[in-house]
Design a binder for this molecule. Structure first.
Ligand code: FAD
Length: 310
């Protein structure tokens, strides 16, 4: 991941994307179409999420393996400790190595069913993400990343505790972190400052901003309930006005506001020296490509949603 970010040939700074494992064939076709666009646009890496409670275990493995074998993209597999014993996690990590996937985002995960409910450690399993980082680190052939939280993790009592947790994960061997999606660049900058102040050596490791161009007010609100991130009040009221008062929201108007907001957010992140822009794509390429095109980092989206190479 670090090498791909530094070798990136995209104009300005590297970018990367997040996919989720598709549930059916049509969704999978969409994922591969998006992957092909991002391959042509030169994405530094593609991360693939791991369903709550390990529900996508096989699909995450298969998609990352196919990305590794059939595309020029670098896959990162998300892995959570939920519902697994240490020996299951150990075996799963070995399967990734065999599949040619050597990048893992090590996460604790949320309780299955109710993500905001009480977390209980699996008997024989792990308690915190730093333990998973160490378990994977023992294997040698992996580069490990972790999650970070510009607004603080919702279970952390204070931002200082949250920072200590991130520093512990980095000291345990993680090479970088990817943030929870956020909409206020100051939250990202403050996180970066806190990590540098807590431990300058770990503070030198990349904190990759996680971003999402908003294209639907309803779906972003649902995601925010789970992530604990907040929309700045002025952005939320612009989105609400754009959505209108009809029964179904005006998606085109919401999208226009969302893309413009994401473009400005990225512009500021680039100015502030962010190492990479990581987009939550929901397996679509269009909104991300529009933002990249606005930033001068990709050609405009073609008439059929494909890539128009410059
Ligand atoms: P940890 O770093 O272990 O932290 C969990 C909580 O425990 C925090 O409140 C922390 O403050 C506290 N804590 C940690 N260590 C200690 C300690 N030593 N002592 C006391 N308290 C401690 N979830 C999925 O299910 N699948 C995914 O694919 C997925 N991808 C994600 C990608 C990104 C970029 C991000 C930001 C999150 C993702 N998540 C995913 C969600 C993530 O699993 C949850 O946010 C989860 O609640 C926290 O995971 P973590 O790895 O940060 O846990």
């Amino acid at each position: 991941v670090i090498a791909r970010m530094s070798a990136s040939t995209t104009a300005r700074i590297p970018f990367s994307v997040e996919f989720y494992p598709p549930r059916d064939e049509a969704a999978e076709e969409r994922l591969w179409r998006a992957a092909s666009v991002f391959e042509q646009l030169g994405a530094a890496f593609v991360s693939v999420t791991y369903g709550a409670g390990g529900s996508t275990r096989d699909r995450t493995l298969r998609i990352t393996r196919d990305v590794a074998n059939n595309t020029a993209l670098l896959p990162i597999a998300h892995l959570t400790a939920v519902g697994h014993t240490v020996s299951e996690l150990d075996a799963l990590v070995d399967e990734y190595a065999k599949a040619g996937v050597h990048n893992i985002l090590a996460l604790r995960g949320d309780p299955p069913g109710d993500p905001l409910g009480e977390w209980t450690q699996h008997p024989g399993g792990l308690r915190y993400a730093d333990e998973l980082v160490r378990l994977i680190g023992e294997k040698d052939s992996f580069e490990v990343g972790v999650a970070s939280f510009p607004e603080g993790h919702y279970r952390a009592s204070t931002l200082d505790v949250d920072t200590e947790v991130l520093v512990t994960k980095l000291r345990s061997g993680a090479e970088y972190s990817i943030t929870q999606m956020f909409f206020d660049v100051d939250d990202y900058l403050r996180l970066r400052d806190r990590v540098v102040a807590a431990d300058p050596e770990q503070g030198a490791k990349p904190i990759i901003p996680g971003l999402m161009p908003v294209t639907s007010l309803r779906s972003v609100r649902r995601m925010l309930e789970l992530s604990g991130s907040k929309l700045p009040a002025d952005f939320e009221s612009r989105l609400t006005r754009a959505a209108g008062s009809g029964e179904t929201e005006d998606r085109a108007a919401v999208r226009e506001v969302g893309i413009e907001f994401a473009t400005n957010l990225c512009e500021r992140l680039i100015r502030e020296g962010a190492p990479c822009l990581h987009f939550n794509t929901l397996n679509f390429s269009r909104a991300t490509q529009e933002v990249l095109a606005n930033l001068g980092m990709a050609p405009e989206v073609g008439a059929h949603g494909g890539v128009v190479l410059a």
